[in-house]
Design a protein around this ligand. Structure first.
Ligand SMILES: [Ca+2]
Ligand SMILES: [Ca+2]
Ligand SMILES: [Ca+2]
Length: 127
């Protein structure tokens, strides 16, 4: 998908979301705990040269588009809802070779979750 189409798709979603129940409220209405991913810290990148392009997945869907990290970066990210009990996968985007899976952790509540696969080390903070 080109970046232009992606932007248009996001804009369309924004318009269609007006007037419907917020996602967070739906998550709490069915009894699941509404959590948010609030921060990501990079202790060690996966790529040897240049910044990592980190994105997040749950249930096979991207829940955070890629953000660049270099060693030591500690970034506030816009709160991203995640239901308690879901498995969060941290991915690192590459091209043309395959993207790298940096680990998958079940998010059971607020706290810091460490992702250390493929020689990388990231801390994802859930609040
Ligand atoms: Ca990589
Ligand atoms: Ca990369
Ligand atoms: Ca790779």
């Amino acid at each position: 998908m080109s970046s232009v189409i992606r932007v248009l798709a996001v804009a369309a979603l924004g318009i269609s979301a007006v007037g419907v129940t917020p996602v967070v409220a739906q998550a709490t209405a069915d009894g699941t705990q509404a959590l948010k991913i609030t921060r990501i810290k990079c202790h060690e990148t996966e790529d040897n040269t240049g910044a990592d392009d980190i994105y997040l997945m749950v249930d096979g869907s991207v829940i955070m588009n890629s953000i660049q990290f270099t060693n030591g970066d500690d970034k506030d990210i816009p709160d991203i809802p995640i239901e308690a009990g879901k498995v969060l996968t941290v991915m690192e985007s590459d091209w043309p070779d395959a993207n790298d899976n940096l680990g998958a952790k079940r998010i059971n509540g607020p706290g810091n979750y460490e992702f250390t696969d493929d020689g990388a080390h990231y801390t994802v903070t859930v609040g």
